[in-house]
Design a protein around this ligand. Structure first.
Ligand code: DGP
Length: 115
């Protein structure tokens, strides 16, 4: 059965989003609650509930997502200034939407997070 998470509904066009990139394997759109001047989510078309459920056969789609992150960063003009990618995975990772997605944040100097 096809997933019905909020991002699946954006992919299907059931609910609106500010889509900045789309191809046959993924979609990228602006986060509804941006944490930086640029805050874009890159998520696969394939139903994948998170990085925690990715299998060996998902290597190509995961690699593709990273290339799209780079393209989106170029489109947003943050390739030189820099950006941060975050994947929240599972409850302790703070994942709220049960579809694998990469947060792409930039447009300001982000504080250190890992200590
Ligand atoms: P995460 O915690 O990693 O699952 O992040 C989910 C992100 O999704 C969060 O930053 C807010 C964003 N979000 C949730 N619902 C919507 C929506 O309907 N539209 C858009 N554009 N973003 C959403």
């Amino acid at each position: 059965m096809a997933a019905n998470d909020i991002f699946a509904r954006i992919i299907r066009g059931d609910i609106p989003a500010d889509i900045v990139y789309r191809d046959e394997n993924c979609i990228a759109f602006r986060d509804i609650n941006p944490q930086a001047p640029t805050h874009i989510l890159v998520t696969p078309i394939k139903d994948l509930s998170g990085l925690q459920t990715a299998g060996d056969d998902d290597a190509a789609v995961l690699g593709h997502l990273m290339i799209v992150v780079r393209k989106v960063a170029e489109m947003e003009g943050i390739i030189e200034s820099g950006f941060r990618c975050i994947i929240n995975a599972g409850p302790d990772g703070g994942q709220e939407v049960p579809r694998l997605h990469i947060h792409v944040l930039g447009g300001k100097r982000l504080g250190a997070m890992l200590r």
